[in-house]
Ligand binder design. Sequence first.
Ligand code: SF4
Ligand code: SF4
Length: 169
Amino acid sequence: MTKPQKRSPQDGFFWKTKTLEQLSPTEWESLCDGCARCCLEKLEDEDSGRIYFTEVGCRLLDAGGCACRDYPNRSDRVPDCVRLTPKEVRELTWLPPSCAYKLVAEGRDLYWWHPLISGDPNTVHEAGVSVRGRVERTETEVPVEELEDHIVSWPALLPKRAKLKQRPR
Ligand code: SF4
Ligand code: SF4
């Protein structure tokens, strides 16, 4: 006998009923929680292939607003900016555990702080998931050879309050 699938309060919403490939452009964009963790500079260990996050932002990152300063032209301005596709979401190993695309690809629910759940774009900051207040410099201010000194682990982790079932009072 097959085990009945556990129901979720998010059943019926587009991110639960559609695959990443089936999302409209508007749905796709709305799925981004605005954390900007993916806009941090990363370093790859040539031997192991492991990716390390740094606390240094991309040159176009507005770290306070957690937004790209030139989103429509980002690929022209920053050729190594990763434009996520469903395929990349499934294949990239470095996407943060909080990333909504990753959660949806894995069939998981969005967290309470995701703007699609809370209705409030500020909850991603309130939950400590965004990069706000944690990026002091951009790649234009830190020489590549010094990036190693700025490796941090928090972008690959989820803060305790972000893991809660609902918004803490
Ligand atoms: S990590 Fe994912 S959810 Fe966060 S800004 Fe990047 S694409 Fe959006
Ligand atoms: S170009 Fe914009 S979207 Fe791309 S990594 Fe930089 S800040 Fe983020």
